[in-house]
Write a protein that binds this ligand. Sequence first.
Ligand SMILES: Cc1cc2nc3c(=O)[nH]c(=O)nc-3n(C[C@H](O)[C@H](O)[C@H](O)COP(=O)(O)OP(=O)(O)OC[C@H]3O[C@@H](n4cnc5c(N)ncnc54)[C@H](O)[C@@H]3O)c2cc1C
Length: 409
Amino acid sequence: MKPFSDVIVVGGGPSGSFTALNLAKLGASVAVFEEHSKIGVPSHCPGHLSIKGLKKLELYPLSAEIVENIFYGAVFHSSKGTSFSVRFSQPVTCVVNRVLFDKYIAEMAEKAGVHYYLNSKVESLIVEDGFVKGVYVRKKGRDEKEEFLAKIVVDAEGISSRFLRLAGLSGLNRQMVVNGVEAEVENVENVDLNMVEVFFGKDYASGFYAWLIPKKDGKAKVGLAAKTRNPHELLQKFMLKHPAAEEKLRTAKILHVAFHPLTLGGPIKKAYSNGFLAVGDAASQVKPTTGGGVVFGMTSARIAADIVYEALKENDFSSGFLGRYQRRFEEVLGFDVNVMLRIRKMLDAMSDQKIDDAISLCKKLKLDETLQSFEDIDFQGQSLLRLLRSPKMFAVLSYFFLLYLTANV
Ligand SMILES: Cc1cc2nc3c(=O)[nH]c(=O)nc-3n(C[C@H](O)[C@H](O)[C@H](O)COP(=O)(O)OP(=O)(O)OC[C@H]3O[C@@H](n4cnc5c(N)ncnc54)[C@H](O)[C@@H]3O)c2cc1C
């Protein structure tokens, strides 16, 4: 049977649509199957993105409709109410409307020739002689499944990652998955519109942190993730009880709320097999420190598109050939992911008291200026290396690293 298209992409999120867009630009025929009726809906993510990362992807500037605010830095709060801020001279991050952002990428892909099939849930993979050869799709309202063949299937289905095992790969590290909650609120008080805020505290967000992202329209995005317990209850407790958050959020009204997990374990060790590649959250291409996966997912999507196109030219869809994808994205993300995994472990192991000590020390030593060289929030390993050139910062980082090594955190 003739392939339906060169490439089938499962999922029309940013990673799937960006893979499709780049492949279509190279000349491949691509079909995207998306289970929902609209791209970007439902949204579960505040969309806090680095401007540098978007520029590297040639996606910035974005339209004013998509960008809800821009930020010059961040304020870090301990659970005891101690705060420390880092402000840059230029905007470093922005918050986007994720529905409009996802739609924008999909519309560019469609213009480049990609075919989108909405309300079309991929139920399973077609595997023959050890090769993924296509997908079984159930369209909304239909009882029967349809078969669609392709030379390569790109799995961009997000964190559910149901198809990795069917393609002969290991799943995500579920020990490193945290439960997230994201809300839009109004009536927020005492916020600096140009700064995002990060709140630590194991009683509110064990294994992660809580955030407050103000929007230009006066509303804000508030959320947290935690290893345990019901994130909705934790969010209410955080808004009313966290010493640094309650003065801003006590009277805030939640307009809507969404729940979704985040994967913090770093990219899976093998994201390819015969006729198959996984990108984005499906391959856990997410920053282990912040859970940010849009820029990393799209960076990997662009690499996936290049390798898939090379495979189409060579007519070689074997895992031996597609292994180039893993090597190339590890070259780009590997060092930074390894550093971020260590930082995540260190933060998880630090008590609230030690985090308070660290924030107090940064404040006392006036490290805000030194931290100006941490301007790349995506590639945090390289940013840390630049920071080590400062003797003050070297001393502080060595102190906390020693505490970590001696398990004294
Ligand atoms: C609470 C929370 C806060 C976050 N905050 C940020 C942040 O501020 N910045 C940031 O960069 N990242 C953030 N993230 C992570 C970010 O949301 C993800 O990394 C990003 O959405 C990954 O994109 P993706 O395209 O890989 O997957 P997704 O965006 O999850 O897209 C997957 C798509 O596949 C579709 N799909 C799934 N299964 C099927 C199927 N079987 N058939 C057809 N379609 C299917 C889905 O409907 C969806 O459209 C956050 C995540 C959470 C949960």
